[in-house]
Design a protein around this ligand. Structure first.
Ligand code: SF4
Length: 195
């Protein structure tokens, strides 16, 4: 049994007051939400997974604060701003197994398409040149962007990488069930970049 799956099976998050379910989370950084849509595409298999998994934090559930510790977090999206960075650092600190879910998390993919142009130029294009109503670059609400959008593992340790744009629902299901069964998933056979 691999160290990663051992962690999932044996070292469940340190909260003895709750059930023996694996504590899991999903996080959305700079992505289009397509990876979360693919997660939902597992359809009725989500109900099966919830017999063994407690989804304690996610855009898909109503919990507002990241738990003290979870066994597994799937992260969608690249790191493109201080807000993303603070979020992923906190998640890493409170997660045993961190999975980059999808090409934006794995390579920065679509968010990195702006990298060659620079922040000033793309903000100007988005909020001034193509503006319909206002032509003001916002300095609040919209997070301040890093000069480059970069993959998650450039900032924090990532334990597993599931490629795909988005990764197919079958691949996400395979990842989760293999870990729950105590096996290290061979993800090269279930997804690839851009698929
Ligand atoms: S990998 Fe594809 S589907 Fe997932 S967030 Fe990025 S663009 Fe969207």
């Amino acid at each position: 049994m691999s160290k990663v799956s051992e962690d999932i099976i044996n070292n469940k998050a340190d909260d003895n007051t709750t059930s023996a379910k694996v504590k899991a989370a999903t996080v959305w950084l700079d992505g289009c939400s397509g990876c979360h849509m693919s997660f939902l595409d597992m359809d009725e298999r989500i109900i099966e997974l919830l017999q063994k998994v407690d989804l304690c934090y996610s855009p898909l559930v109503d919990h507002k604060d990241f738990p003290d510790m979870v066994d597994l977090t799937l992260v969608e999206g690249a790191v493109s701003s201080h807000e993303d960075l603070e979020k992923i650092k906190k998640v890493r600190e409170h997660t045993k197994i961190l999975v980059s879910l999808g090409d934006c998390a794995v390579t920065a993919n679509v968010p990195s398409m702006r990298n060659p142009f620079g922040v000033k130029a793309i903000m100007n294009h988005a909020y001034v040149e193509t503006a319909v109503t206002k032509d003001i670059i916002p300095n609040e609400v919209v997070p301040e962007l890093f000069e480059y959008s970069r993959p998650v593992h450039n900032f924090v340790k990532v334990d597993l990488f599931l490629q795909g744009c988005p990764p197919p629902a079958d691949a996400i299901y395979f990842l989760l069930t293999e870990l729950l069964e105590g096996r290290m998933p061979d993800l090269t056979k279930v997804s690839r970049l851009g698929k």
